[in-house]
Design a protein. Sequence first.
Length: 300
Amino acid sequence: MKKLKHSPILGIMAVALLVSLSCASFADESDKHIGKGAETLPLFDAHIHYKEPAWGPFPPATILELMDKTGVAMGLVSSTPDDGTIKLWKYAPNRIVPELRPYHGQAGSSNWTKAPGMLDYLVKRLNDFPHQGIGEFHLHSIDPNDKPLLRKIADLAIERNIFIHVHSGKEPVDLLFALEPKLKIIWAHAGMSEPAKTVEDMMARYKTLYADTSFREGGILNSQGSIEPAWRKVLEHFSNRFMVGSDTWVNAQWENYEQIISINRKWLSQFSRENAEKFAYKNAERLFGRPVKKNLIGRR
Ligand SMILES: [Zn+2]
């Protein structure tokens, strides 16, 4: 092959080509992933609990300091008992979206649907406080005897235009939508142990199914620290329906709160800015009708 003679024009063209190629690849990369930009997004934590054992070691001021420190501008809070949620909401109403967890007294995750007076309790709490959801509650399995109560809870959610937040596998979500197709359901932990493919099928089937991704960080981020392809597919396809969350179900989760939030930012960093913003706070803004802005940090 004939050797090209050195030419200043060719040299300039080569440099221009290299510059444009590297700019293009840089632009592609930044289009593709938000990267470090995920570290400064305001977050809406869609799965906070403030249970009684946390009230002593983590008073409301400490919880809000943790939220400030981690850039969590706002959170969806449900507690056992509900007084925990109300304590946090009264302390920082601009930062807390309350939802009503049914558990109180002897009524817990495995027996709440059988607890005497449950419906009256829920109605009274909903009348007394501005909860924007009923949950997070567990439905471990389907018991036909629970249907009358679940039907009434679905009616309450529709009448008040609030969410149901359910921790369950696929079948109880199917049951709830069968009882009332117009429900807005937040699927806790994005189905908890359901595979990403099932979550995808459910999102396709139900247009008003949403999910928080708490406890799923380990599935979304694979052992190499990149996004598991099946999760990328469902998260990108239904990017308007997912919200990050921490799930502070025991005090150890509060102790590790900074680390949990940082893992969430790590997986967010591997999505486009548009999608990362949706998962971080924009979906929550739309669903709860509340602006989730950085200037909330530090406010009470
Ligand atoms: Zn849960």
